[in-house]
Design a protein around this ligand. Structure first.
Ligand SMILES: [Zn+2]
Ligand SMILES: [Zn+2]
Length: 369
């Protein structure tokens, strides 16, 4: 084990340093080494060392003993360095010892309201092009009747007698270094600093209550099922501002379209004669009916691509494609006459009639690439 360092060296003060110098030195080290501001393990050790040195040198009796006998004179002494570490924060520690309030400027940060959640269901077209929806959500909000004071209109809240209106109570703690004061939220008023003699009838003195509110949600184009929108500051209200509202989006399946990322996929069933001869058909797209040309000799599984007619890219530019997979219908029932016509057709078939450079499977793969 390393030899114990001299307490004066630890604090960086001379042997004839005044009490004020000792205090100042420790305060400087605390601000540098406290676990609140310095997460390194080594800093924690140095902080303990400084706290111990301060404990000894800040008390004239123990300091005199240390000056005469050194560390040997401290044998059997119970140090209280853990008490220093136990302060929940550096500002509490410095506040307790030096009356500092270096971080919060006097008052503790007031709590922000909680986050709230809501769900909306959209049609595929609304998800594609964006939509504005009103969503009902129960939100904690300032009570209108008492304007958040908790006091019945016409009455005034008075200062909490326990904490005198500060919302904080101070405890005097006895330690080896004498008394010091630690503050905590007042249990009587819950830290609000007020006493309400005639509680508001609507909120029963709480100043806030849960109200069903209608919130307008702007859904951006291109959203997909399962995604979540965050509306900053639209959640529950708190003394330090409102939390966020998270809106979970589900997109209802559309029987007309299959979604594949930002692409849409539909199937077009054509009679075999029209697939062979070519035709013009009207298909359903996101924007309504749309006329397309089907080339003569179109094969089952062939894909007709309507560029940039799919889903817009969320938060970006451009759109996916609309892919139309062609199905070919083969007649199930033929009249005698039709059968005779097909036989006649068949007699004229030669090698060129069905020639192909692509397999059916290849075409299907192209549809779901
Ligand atoms: Zn009220
Ligand atoms: Zn109080």
């Amino acid at each position: 084990m390393a030899a114990k360092r001299d307490y004066y060296d630890v604090l960086g003060v001379s042997r004839d340093a005044s009490d004020a110098d000792v205090k100042k030195a420790f305060r400087r080290l605390a601000r540098e080494l406290h676990p609140d501001v310095n997460p390194e393990a080594e800093a924690g050790e140095r902080f303990r060392e400084a706290a111990e040195a301060y404990e000894v040198l800040s008390d004239s009796e123990t300091r005199a003993r240390y000056d005469r006998y050194g560390h040997a004179g401290m044998a059997g002494t119970q140090f209280h360095t853990e008490q220093f570490m136990d302060f929940s924060s550096l500002s509490d520690l410095l506040g307790a010892f030096f009356g500092d309030d270096i971080f919060s400027g006097g008052r503790r940060a007031r709590p922000r309201g909680g986050d709230a959640a809501a769900t909306i269901e959209l049609s595929l077209a609304d998800a594609a092009f964006g939509a504005t929806r009103e969503v009902g959500v129960d939100l904690i909000t300032a009570c209108e009747r008492c304007e958040g004071t908790g006091a019945e209109p016409g009455t005034q809240p008075t200062a909490c007698p326990e904490c005198g209106g500060s919302g904080r109570v101070q405890h005097v703690a006895q330690t080896a270094f004498g008394q010091f004061v630690q503050a905590s939220p007042c249990a009587v008023c819950g830290g609000r600093g007020v006493r309400i003699e005639s509680p508001c009838q609507d909120c029963r003195g709480r100043g806030r209550l849960s109200v069903r509110k209608s919130v307008e949600v702007q859904v951006p184009p291109g959203i997909a099922s399962g995604q979540r929108l965050r509306l900053a500051g639209r959640g529950h209200e708190g003394e330090g501002g409102a939390g966020d509202l998270y809106v979970h989006v589900t997109v209802a399946p559309d029987p007309r379209f299959e979604r594949d990322g930002n692409d849409l996929v539909t199937v077009l069933d054509l009679p075999f004669t029209r697939a062979a001869l070519g035709t013009t058909v009207t298909v359903e797209t996101l924007e309504g009916p749309y006329e397309i040309e089907v080339k003569p000799g179109t094969q089952p599984g062939e894909v007709i691509v309507l560029r940039a007619r799919g889903i817009p890219v969320l938060g970006g530019r451009g759109r996916g494609d609309h892919r139309i997979v062609v199905g070919v219908m083969i007649p199930r029932k033929l009249t005698d006459e039709q059968r005779a016509q097909l036989r006649g057709f068949e007699r004229g078939v030669d090698d060129a009639t069905y020639s192909s450079d692509e397999s059916f499977l290849g075409r299907l793969r192209a549809a779901f690439r």
